[in-house]
Design a protein around this ligand. Structure first.
Ligand SMILES: NC(=O)c1ccc[n+]([C@@H]2O[C@H](COP(=O)([O-])OP(=O)(O)OC[C@H]3O[C@@H](n4cnc5c(N)ncnc54)[C@H](OP(=O)(O)O)[C@@H]3O)[C@@H](O)[C@H]2O)c1
Length: 324
């Protein structure tokens, strides 16, 4: 089968198209013929050896965390799915591949109204946003939530979810186009962080109190300032370093203490064992069209290197997809 593989931990060296044997699903897995692959910043961070998960793979390896397609084979112990069903979910051992092994616990049937591209963009973005807002922050209706980096995959999922949960949503963007996009999917306020200071704008919007919760997707740029933008006893959910950013940042320890700031970290991978209930709830929302991911651009496997460059340029709205 055709796959895209990373041969070196170096963004200057291209990923290559290779032929490798078709895999077999192991216990608890389903094998799909892939129709779409969701791209994520973590794919690029691992390829650049700029992520702890880089230690878990050895080049040449197949990147990618999520895919959608039709089931061609079921592993032992999988009884909730049938061959031929359209599904989406979390990839095991790479998604940039013609056939992909999915974790059955973190997979779901794709509602007939949904495209494969929509399915391939759900798992990481929406489950991460759910983890941040519902499981970690436990936001309540009327709370003010600041989503840092609203126009990307997780950010656009978080805006939609936070609005459904009854929150007032502020989000940061870097352009007029991104501001219009974020407002179109539910943001109440947008702050262009390149032109305005997000701390003073957040304080202005909240009459000096600060926001209740920050979903931080670019912590390496923002974390220290988040402490000034959040209210006393507020919370910062640290979700990402920021696409293409280094792994470290500095912050004022006394400021965290004096404001009683609650800091939560999260990794979507820790959520996967608890997935079945969450997936059932999501499938309903997906089927009724309540959640929707904007698909910015679709690249073919032959254009995989261009797709990573496109993501690093950072101009896209929503998600970027790769198709075999
Ligand atoms: N913990 C987990 O399990 C988990 C799961 C998924 C994702 N993540 C991480 O979360 C982060 C976001 O993921 P994603 O898929 O949403 O990435 P994405 O699609 O690349 O979106 C990132 C967004 O952040 C914006 N941005 C960049 N610098 C910013 C800054 N200083 N302040 C505010 N916004 C800024 C970008 O737009 P502009 O450049 O135009 O500002 C872009 O819209 C990544 O670091 C990713 O690795 C973590």
């Amino acid at each position: 089968m055709r796959v895209v593989r990373v041969h070196d931990f170096d963004l200057n060296l291209p990923m290559l198209i290779d032929e490798v044997p078709k895999p077999e699903p192991k216990e608890g897995e389903i094998l799909i013929k892939s129709q779409a692959v969701g791209l994520n910043p973590v794919d690029i961070a691992i390829r650049a050896a700029n992520h702890p998960y880089a230690k878990l793979v050895k080049p040449p390896y197949i990147p990618g965390a999520e895919a959608s397609g039709e089931i061609v084979e079921l592993g032992n112990g999988v009884s909730d799915f049938s061959v031929g069903e359209r599904v989406y979910g979390r990839a095991i051992d790479g998604a940039y591949s013609e056939f992909v092994r999915l974790d059955a616990r973190a997979s779901a049937v794709l509602p007939s109204s949904c495209s494969f591209e929509q399915g391939a963009s759900m798992t990481v973005a929406f489950y991460t946003a759910w983890n941040a807002l519902v499981i970690k922050a436990q936001v309540r209706p009327g709370e003010i939530v600041l989503i840092q980096g609203g126009a990307g995959g997780v950010g656009s999922a978080a805006i939609q979810l936070a609005k459904r949960l009854g929150c007032v949503v502020i989000t940061t963007v870097s352009s007029k186009e991104k501001s219009e996009f974020c407002r179109s999917i539910g943001a109440d306020y947008t702050i262009n962080y390149k032109e305005e200071d997000f701390v003073s704008k957040s304080l202005e919007i909240t009459n000096g109190k600060g926001v209740n919760t920050i979903v931080e997707l670019c912590a390496c740029d923002n974390f220290d300032k988040d402490i000034d933008a959040v209210c006393v006893d507020g919370q910062v959910i640290v979700v990402g370093t920021g696409t293409g950013k280094g792994p470290e940042t500095e912050f004022r320890v006394p400021a965290v203490m004096t404001k009683d700031v609650h800091i939560h970290g999260l990794a979507v991978i820790n959520l996967f064992p608890k997935m079945p209930e969450l997936i059932r709830r999501f499938s309903v929302l997906l089927g009724e069209g309540s959640l929707n991911m904007n698909i910015d651009k679709i690249f073919s496997f032959d254009e995989a290197n261009e797709s990573h460059e496109y993501i690093l340029e950072g101009k896209f709205l929503g998600k970027v997809i790769l198709v075999p």
